[in-house]
Ligand binder design. Structure first.
Ligand code: SAM
Ligand code: SF4
Ligand code: SF4
Length: 386
């Protein structure tokens, strides 16, 4: 494995508590928005997907997310008192569900590091949409603790997991996670998740040109026909610490081309609106999708903007609401949920915030030139989750 350039790591600017003003209780009460599941933003995008970060800590140091040089022993993580409690998360999530959220993804940091995460899952599993349906409840993990926890997660009410895995070659994988974690343990975690019934399992691979691009084909071969969906993610300019450069991005079109040359693919329709991945099915000899071989997904967050259908909101570990992965500031919902008087306004305030949303970072980036991340301060991925 070779690095094509000396990694540049940029010191972290702490954006964590720099909250945007929330619509005041008086304003929100005057023009009260009652949840009816039909909320839309300025671009008529509904609110369907809530990603909740449950910890800002992680036992990996992936260079594209929490580079060692920045997230070192001097890095200050949030104190426990700053984190939303499980009851607070559930109270906020309930309001989001009333406004139209159908899917909740727990993330981080590494979500399985949060103590008693099963208890939060059990509370969230009780929530119902206005139509009376259970949520699509899922979790993204680096898989390191999955072998130990899969059964308890399932028993608590988790439906499925997405596991991040950046290569099959042990040396490449150890160097990607940068803490010398063996790939065999993550593969054992995936197997445990399958046995526990946490499927359909998705496997996410972030592709960094010159670093793990030689793992694309081994990964495709390994997961083809496994019943799991492997998704390739373009290395993104999230946060401000990973020293992102356009040169490090391997476009999804190139990934599809390389796989197609050995394992023929056919393009599939999106499974639902707001779906981030473009789907490609493995083809049979007649050039048609062979469902027994399954499919891959490519997430082209850099080369192909998909803001038009973006229906995702993100709640940070300390209760800041972010309307875009690339936002520099969030709205402080923790102060509302902790205030006995103001918490009654949560429904209306969230309604006002989403109605005012106009974010389209990926689209506007693709109209700009430039091959390094903009100087604008942005929040870290490990803080708001992916
Ligand atoms: N620790 C968990 C994990 O790795 O799955 C959950 C949190 S992690 C921030 C969520 C997802 O974001 C992972 O699939 C990770 O690979 C992805 N990610 C992090 N930094 C990224 C970047 N710069 N570009 C693309 N994806 C990134
Ligand atoms: Fe940790 Fe996930 Fe970020 Fe890797 S991508 S450092 S596993 S939070
Ligand atoms: Fe959604 Fe922001 Fe990503 Fe666009 S850039 S798809 S608005 S999160």
């Amino acid at each position: 494995m070779t690095e094509r350039h000396v990694p540049r790591v940029i010191a972290l600017v702490d954006q964590r508590s720099a909250g945007l003003p929330i619509p005041t209780a008086a304003f929100a009460a005057e023009t009260r928005i009652t949840a009816d599941g039909l909320l839309t933003d300025q671009r008529t995008r509904p609110l369907r997907d809530l990603r909740i970060s449950v910890t800002d800590r992680c036992n990996f140091r992936c260079s594209y997310c929490m580079p060692k040089e920045v997230f070192n022993k001097d890095h200050l993580y949030l104190p426990h008192s700053a984190l939303l409690s499980f009851e607070e998360i559930t109270r906020i999530a309930k309001v989001f569900v009333a406004h139209g959220v159908q899917k909740i993804r727990l993330t981080g940091g590494e979500p399985l590091l949060r103590k008693n995460i099963e208890s939060l899952i059990a509370q969230l599993a009780q929530l119902r949409t206005p139509q009376g349906h259970a949520l699509d409840l899922t979790l993204t993990t680096n898989g390191s603790l999955l072998a130990r926890k899969a059964h308890a997660l399932k028993a608590a009410g988790l439906q499925r997991v997405t596991v991040s895995l950046d290569g099959l070659d042990d040396a490449v994988f150890r160097s990607m996670n940068d803490v010398d974690f063996p790939v065999a343990d993550v593969l054992a975690g995936i197997e445990a998740a399958r046995e526990a019934g946490l499927g359909p399992i998705k496997v996410n691979m972030v592709v960094k040109r010159g670093t793990n691009e030689n793992q694309i084909l081994p990964m495709a071969r390994h997961f083809r026909g496994s019943g799991m969906v492997l998704r390739f993610i373009e290395y993104m300019d999230v946060g401000a610490s990973n020293g992102w450069r356009m040169d490090d991005v391997l476009p999804s079109s190139e990934i599809v081309k390389r796989i197609h040359a050995e394992l023929p693919l056919v393009q599939l329709d999106p499974s639902n609106v707001g779906e981030t991945a473009e789907r490609w099915g493995y083809a049979n000899a007649a050039g048609q999708h062979d469902k027994t071989l399954g499919e891959i997904g490519v997430i082209s967050s850099v080369t192909q903007a998909f803001c038009g259908d973006c229906n995702r909101a993100r709640l940070s570990t300390e209760g800041q609401l972010y309307l875009c992965l690339f936002a520099s500031q969030g709205y402080d919902l923790r102060s509302l949920v902790r205030d006995p008087v103001q918490q009654a306004d949560l429904e209306s305030v969230i309604g006002h915030i989403w109605r005012g949303r106009n974010d389209n970072y990926s689209e506007s980036r693709s109209t700009q030139s430039g091959d390094s991340a903009p100087a604008q301060r942005r929040v870290e991925m490990s803080y708001i989750g992916g």
